[in-house]
Design a protein around this ligand. Structure first.
Ligand SMILES: *[C@@H]1O[C@H](CO)[C@@H](O)[C@H](O)[C@H]1NC(C)=O
Length: 499
């Protein structure tokens, strides 16, 4: 319950640390995630030697304190830089880790009857087939009839990111025919009337932002239309990860999640989808879903999955109820981008009439417990980071205040949490850290480019930017200025207008 405790977190931390250490032993993923941050593919520039050194240091650090999660803006940055290039590549065959069969260009697939793999977005390849479908998980093969040609696909929504894709198993779709013994149909050991849905939980999973934007929301986009009649065949299965989000899978599917790479069965279906479809960062494009479902439906699904009571940020009807006061949740961070005056911030918020909570989500925090805490809040404030992904649990009409660290990072704040907020029906406010509110001004001389010219650091590439502005910085917001933002948030809530 540490996440639920009001302002005292010491005990929870010790408990959390022990669990963290145990957890890390089993988790190679984190190291790969760290490496991704310093991979020349994900980062824009930087000297290779330095990158490797940084990588090693960072790995050791990660072993120590588990702050090893990919920063949420990482791929956003890479994506926007690489977008053009990726689209060009797609036109001549799908770039690194994409559909690796023959060219997938609109029009050229007309001759295929039912089965087709296509680039469902610049980040995802999706294959859909109906007919005689036989899945052999051990060899990552789907035998399909009718199917005219073989296809290869990595079912994870980061196709522009070769590093992420290198941690995603490639699946083959093969024509099934009785005549040639080499392609002879394997005998079904299990028949199912559901649609098979092959997806991977490799890549960058483990960081909540990636969990949602790369896997859970794309899985929802693909699976929601089947109303439970869909079987999740999960490649690069990690039981801790699946268990973390089990309630979501149970909401989307009537069937148990299958660890498909370790499956000895030949599972037979009448239809299959290989690879979820990506729409946008933390979002669903309703115009591209079969029945117009949207982030509103995704969030309703989450409320059902985790038993969240509040669809909307409304005050309790009973004026003596503690819920009559609007609740402000401070998302706390420890090792970087921490609020150094958290208690004073909380006191100030209380003086404005807020019921204040402090929550510190991490990899060992129980998702449904934290979801309930977030859902109980009317305002959530936190420094840019994966923890803000918890906004998915806020009730409609709530306010998200993203505190943007010093260093010209507004673009990063926009792509990750600002833009997704409106589809979630969440009001968005921003508090941009100024020079006299950042610890960077204590670490660097006054005329250092880090302080005077952030854009010159940006030009050195993502690694440089991240090291300086995301990893080395803590913040101490001005209470007077922050108060104005909190008051603005209050005005957006229905609480102020009821009496
Ligand atoms: C699955 O269905 C096929 C075709 O209807 C049938 O021949 C086969 O015996 C079934 N297998 C199992 C395990 O039920």
């Amino acid at each position: 319950m540490k996440s639920n405790r009001n302002l005292t977190r010491g005990e929870g931390r010790r408990l959390g640390n022990a669990a963290l250490i145990a957890f890390m032993l089993g988790s190679l993923l984190l190291l790969s995630v760290v490496r991704a941050r310093f991979s020349p593919i994900a980062g824009a520039a930087g000297k290779p030697g330095e990158a490797i050194k940084a990588e090693e240091e960072e790995e050791q650090q990660a072993m120590k304190k588990m702050e090893a999660l990919v920063e949420t803006g990482d791929e956003v940055a890479a994506a926007s830089e690489e977008e053009e290039e990726t689209q060009t590549k797609a036109a001549d065959g799908g770039g690194g880790g994409g559909v690796s069969s023959t060219v997938v260009v609109a029009g050229s697939t007309d001759h295929l009857r039912k089965a087709v793999c296509y680039e469902s977005s610049r980040r995802s390849d999706t294959c859909e087939a109906t007919g005689d479908v036989r899945v052999q998980g051990r060899s990552q093969t789907v035998h399909i009839s009718p199917l005219e040609q073989e296809w290869k696909v990595r079912p994870y929504c980061r196709k522009h990111d070769a590093f992420a894709q290198s941690h995603v198993k490639e699946w083959a779709l093969r024509p099934l025919s009785g005549a040639d013994p080499a392609t002879a149909a394997p005998h079904c050991t299990i028949n199912s009337t559901a649609t098979a849905f092959v997806l991977s939980t490799g890549g960058f999973t483990g960081n909540p932002f990636h969990d949602y934007t790369d896997v859970l929301i794309p899985a929802f986009i693909t699976a929601h239309r089947f109303a439970g009649e869909v079987e999740f065949l999960v490649s690069n299965f990690k039981s801790w990860w699946t268990n973390r989000y089990l309630q979501i899978f149970q909401r989307l599917s009537k069937y148990e999640v299958v660890d498909i790479d370790n499956d000895e069965e030949v599972r037979c279906y009448r239809s299959v989808v290989v690879g979820p479809t990506f729409h946008k960062e933390l979002g669903v494009d309703a115009s591209r879903t079969p029945s117009g479902y949207s982030m509103v439906d995704f969030r309703a699904m989450l409320r059902g999955a985790f038993g969240l009571e509040r669809a909307a940020a409304k005050p309790s009807g009973d004026r003596w109820d503690i819920r009559h006061r609007p609740r402000l949740l401070i998302i706390s961070r420890r090792t970087s981008r921490a609020f150094l005056n958290e208690r004073a911030m909380a006191d100030m918020a209380m003086s404005l009439g807020f019921d204040v909570r402090v929550g510190e989500p991490d990899i060992v925090t129980d998702v449904s417990k934290f979801a309930r805490l977030v859902n109980s809040a009317d305002v959530m404030v936190g420094v840019h980071g994966a923890g803000l992904t918890n906004m998915v649990f806020l009730p409609a009409g709530a306010v998200l205040i993203q505190v943007v660290p010093y260093g010209g990072l507004e673009w990063l704040a926009r792509g990750t949490f600002k833009e997704p907020s409106s589809d979630m029906q969440i009001h968005y406010l921003e508090y941009v850290i100024q020079l006299d509110e950042t610890t960077l001004s204590e670490q660097y001389p006054k005329d250092d480019p880090v302080l005077k010219d952030p854009s010159s650091i940006h030009k050195q590439g993502w690694d440089a930017l991240k090291t300086v502005y995301l990893d080395k910085q803590n913040v101490r917001p001005h209470l007077g200025r922050l108060k104005l933002t909190f008051m603005e948030a209050l005005k957006l809530l229905p609480h102020g207008h009821t009496n």
